[in-house]
Design a protein around this ligand. Structure first.
Ligand code: COA
Ligand code: AMP
Length: 638
């Protein structure tokens, strides 16, 4: 433990515990409302209660209009830095407001109104952030789909969200290739039973797409026409409990879960966190090196910094290779970044290529105060390396798509607590974190168990899944009555520090991306030569984990296993997308199973990870595990 100055954390947490409604009611006063909340929480509404049930407001108003009205119009709202195209652009609050109001009017002209869904399939360009805000402005519900997903995944999301309009870019740019989004979008629409009425396509010079007549419109042309006609959409009055967005995340099956975020609770929680957790003042430059396709991007590239009057940095590039592992230090210096939020995997990538951080030398990082990490467990080696190289506090914090903001963190704004390596520190106000055993009984400090959060969840967390209250209640609230199940396992220590050790379900974390092994198994099982299969996450130095698929092939005449394995790799890439990083398909004669037929994924993982393993009592034939070990050894994996 390292000692740091006095923290106001204990006081803040105690004041929340004493009176949650008063705590969040006070936080809500930092925002502007058309009708300020009088009742803070209604325990009878929704699945487990709703925050700010009588309030009315608009998150785009709070992110843009109110800052312009308060004199921040000329301050940078958004800095775009794109090493993959060479583009750099700064938009002031006044300019961003104008672009968003115009796009809002274009959407309204396309028939989009309050409650309609708009799907956004775009890379990290300023227009994508504008698109989200324009939807929020007119009361449409946006659903952003990450560009690394395949057409099939996009189609599943189109079918579930039923968007009236899709906003897309013609392409995204990866360091090694231009990813043509438009053909993927066309394919997804053709696969989907639900069709959007219109698509607005941002044509990028690096790879324009063919527009479908009668359905597709050119973004720039439509916005220019609306601007010339003086069109501008006002902010719609939204109930605080209205949905702001749907964000799909991996569940235990191939069918993703549509996490719903509401308007009011989200803006209150984000604003509170920008000040108290991240310690950011309005006007400062905050950089979240993630993607708008993930929750981290929604909360801390788009809404959090702008609601708080800070400047958000939109980076279209990677930590390495665009052009080198010094990219992060260049951006921090050039744009006067005070805090960076990234995933540990990004640091591991930099460390691998520039272990002594030589490319940081000579860079003026004097304004840089804090490094925030999330998305996966921050391994102590990476944290120590970052501390030594950057000489600023490295703050691990733990959260999920479902929660929208951190469950546990070290609150910089309230004053840092001593850090403990391997722990994201302490629960944030709003979260009553407990560790329970399988019978839902609390376990003593230091004992591993399921991490649960006592209901109600704080503002900002999901009220439900899109049009699936029952799935939400069954999946998250049924196992531990009165609690939200995080599906993470871990423990609390004697000081109340949280340690998050891994998932209790079949979700794996690949380079900070959340993926379902169940979804990958569904794809493998669909191959005509596969009899049965199991996908596990195996340790990877760079990405934390990578998926590895074990397949038993059908008996009889067939092609060589290595040919089929290649097809399986291609199949996962085609159906789920490159982001799954599925590169390992391994043919085995049989899968290890318990007598009741359950595949021993845990033991297989231990073998692949070189961890100590023993033969479980529930298995008849230990030989099958040895066979797995031999096959993995032959492949250089175990
Ligand atoms: N559109 C299309 N394809 C994409 C994509 C996008 N937006 N993002 C990633 N991909 C592709 C990549 O090109 C790569 O394809 P390939 O198999 O042809 O090489 C594949 O998906 C895997 O991408 P990625 O996870 O980025 O791995 P990488 O090996 O290219 O880079 C890192 C490794 C560590 C540099 C990278 O994963 C990284 O920056 N991670 C940080 C993750 C993060 O910010 N997560 C958000 C949570 S906070
Ligand atoms: P996502 O919904 O994509 O944000 O992924 C959430 C999951 O990532 C969590 O349930 C954890 O398993 C993992 N995770 C995120 N941040 C952390 C962290 N700081 N420490 C440990 N695990 C984390």
């Amino acid at each position: 433990m390292s000692e740091v100055g006095t923290s106001g954390y204990a006081e803040a947490y105690a004041s929340w515990r004493a009176d949650p409604s008063a705590f969040w009611g006070a936080a809500a006063q930092s925002l502007e409302w058309s009708k300020a909340p009088e009742k803070m929480f209604d325990p009878e509404a929704g699945v487990y209660g709703r925050w700010f049930p009588d309030a009315v407001g608009n998150i785009c108003h709070n992110a843009l209009d109110r800052h312009v009205a308060a004199g921040r119009g000329d301050q940078a709202a958004l800095i775009y830095d794109s090493p993959v195209t060479g583009a750099k652009r700064t938009l002031t609050y006044a300019q961003l407001l104008k672009e968003v109001s115009t796009l809002g009017a274009v959407l309204q002209d396309l028939g989009v109104g309050k409650g309609d869904r708009v799907l956004i399939y775009m890379p990290m360009v300023p227009e994508a952030i504008g698109a989200m805000l324009a939807c929020a402005r007119i009361g449409a519900i946006h659903s952003v789909v990450f560009g690394g997903f395949a057409a099939k995944e996009l189609a599943t999301r189109i079918e579930d969200a039923e968007p009236k309009v899709i906003l897309a870019a013609s392409c995204g740019i990866e360091p090694n290739r231009v990813v043509a989004y438009k053909p993927l979008l066309d394919l997804a629409i053709s696969m989907s039973a639900v069709k959007p009425q219109r698509c607005l396509v941002l044509q990028r010079p690096e790879g324009p797409g063919a527009l479908t007549e009668g359905r597709d419109l050119d973004w720039a042309v439509a916005c220019a026409a609306a601007a010339d006609a003086g069109k501008s959409a006002p902010c719609a009055d939204m109930a605080a409990t209205d949905p702001l967005y749907i964000l799909y995340t991996s569940g235990t099956t191939g069918k993703p879960k549509g996490v719903v975020r509401d308007v009011g609770g989200y803006m209150v929680a984000l604003d509170w966190s920008m000040k108290n957790l991240y310690g950011i003042a309005p006007g400062e430059v905050f950089w979240t090196a993630s993607d708008i396709g993930w929750v981290v991007g929604h909360s801390y590239i788009v809404y959090g910094p702008l609601i708080h009057g800070a400047t958000t940095l939109v980076y279209e590039g990677k930590p390495v290779g665009t052009p080198d592992p010094g990219a992060f230090w260049r951006v921090i210096e050039e744009h006067k970044v005070v805090a960076l939020f990234t995933a540990p995997t990004a640091l591991r990538a930099i460390k691998k290529e520039d272990p002594d951080c030589l490319l940081k030398q000579g860079r003026d990082l004097s304004r840089f105060r804090t490094l925030f990490l999330a998305g996966e467990r921050a391994d102590p080696d990476t944290v120590i390396w970052a501390q030594q190289q950057l000489k600023v506090p490295v703050v691990d914090h733990w959260w999920q798509t479902e929660t929208g903001w951190a469950i546990a963190a070290n609150p910089v704004g309230l004053g840092l607590l001593p850090t403990k390596l391997g722990s994201p520190t302490v629960p944030m106000p709003g979260y009553d974190v407990e560790i329970v055993d399988e019978a839902a009984k609390p376990v003593p400090a230091g004992t591993m168990g399921s991490i649960v959060v006592k209901l109600p969840l704080p503002p900002g967390c999901l009220p439900t899944l899109w049009q699936q209250d029952d799935r939400f209640a069954e999946g998250y609230l049924a196992d531990y009555p009165g609690y939200y199940k995080t599906s993470d396992a871990g423990f609390l220590d004697d000081d109340g520090y949280v340690f998050v050790m891994g998932r209790t379900d079949d979700i794996i974390n690949v380079a900070g991306h959340r993926l379902s092994t169940g979804g990958m198994e569904e794809v493998l099982a669909s191959h005509p030569d596969v009899a049965e299969c199991a996908v596990i996450g195996v340790k990877d130095e760079l990405k934390g984990e990578v998926p590895c698929g074990f397949v038993v092939l059908k008996a009889g005449e067939r092609r060589a296993p290595d040919v089929i394995e290649k097809e399986l790799v291609g199949l996962v890439r085609d159906r789920i997308g490159p982001v799954a990083a599925f590169k390992l398909a391994v043919t085995v004669n049989r899968l290890p199973k318990t007598r009741s037929g359950k595949i021993l994924r845990g033991t297989m993982k231990k073998i692949a990870d070189h961890d100590e393993w023993s033969v479980p009592a529930t298995i008849d034939d230990a030989g099958v595990l040895e066979e797995i070990e031999d096959v993995l050894k032959a492949r250089g994996i175990a």
